[in-house]
Design a protein around this ligand. Structure first.
Ligand SMILES: [Zn+2]
Length: 261
């Protein structure tokens, strides 16, 4: 018993660690060794010689010592690897979360920018003006004289258009008249959003009703030859009020709103 081994000293030095796989294996081996030793020596009755310490009294001591040191090292290494893996996993998760947040923020900004652009485009569209007949031309000018007009001169312009051609609201506004207009035939008057009025005469068909709001380019009816006409066309007027006689030059009016006529 005097040759108390290095292992014993290690344990007595107060070094604490939880048992690892190798140590448990070692303990089992020590138990087997103790039983064998009991059989051979027959003197292992002292409490100090229970289990592992008993094994230290056998010839296995150097092996156990090496195994324990190795187990310490492997345990420490495994613990370090586990910690490193946990830290790496935590870093990866944090990076992924940050990337997700960044992507979500970017998508949100892009969506908002797209919505802003769409609102701006729609605002511009509603402020824009178009010709009442697409791809047409003025066949009779403003203020041109002739017996056909009750005032003695033309209060609007005539756009060349075969019967049944689509007639468009030239801009945004509200329909204030839609029906028979005497010499204008079937006609529509729109109060534009800027306070001016536009009139569309001689229609073969009316597609809107009073109170309805219209947007630039919206079809409001079809051209025709109703009222006081010699043939199909669209009579178009621009006015400062809803009343007849407040007419202004419709070509200049359209051009002032950017329409190429
Ligand atoms: Zn006319």
């Amino acid at each position: 018993m005097a040759f108390t081994c290095a292992t014993g000293k290690n344990r007595a030095s107060g070094k604490h660690r939880r048992p690892g796989r190798f140590e448990r294996t070692t303990a089992r081996a020590a138990g087997v060794a103790a039983l064998t030793a009991t059989g051979v020596i027959g003197t292992l009755a002292a409490p100090a010689l229970a289990a592992e310490p008993a094994a230290e009294q056998t010839g296995l001591i150097p092996v156990i010592t090496v195994d324990d040191t190795l187990a310490d090292q492997i345990d420490a290494q495994a613990a370090a690897q586990r910690q490193a893996a946990q830290e790496a996993a935590a870093r990866k998760q944090a990076a992924e979360e940050a990337a997700r947040k960044k992507a979500a923020e970017k998508a949100k900004q892009e969506r908002e920018a797209k919505e802003r652009a769409a609102r701006e485009a729609e605002r511009k569209r509603l402020l824009s003006y178009v010709a009442p007949i697409s791809g047409s031309y003025v066949s009779t000018g403003y203020k041109s004289g002739g017996a056909v007009w009750s005032s003695g001169s033309h209060t609007g312009v005539d756009f060349h258009a075969a019967s049944g051609t689509s007639v468009h609201a030239v801009g945004s506004g509200t329909v204030v008249e839609a029906g028979w207009g005497g010499s204008y035939g079937n006609n529509i008057v729109i109060k534009m959003n800027d306070g001016t009025y536009t009139q569309y005469g001689h229609l073969s068909s009316i597609g809107v009703s009073v109170g309805q709001t219209v947007t630039p380019g919206q079809q409001i009816g079809l051209s025709g030859a109703t009222g006081n006409v010699t043939g199909p066309h669209l009579h178009f007027e621009a006015r400062t009020t809803a009343e007849y006689g407040s007419d202004i030059d419709p070509v200049a009016y359209l051009r002032s709103h950017g329409v190429n006529v």
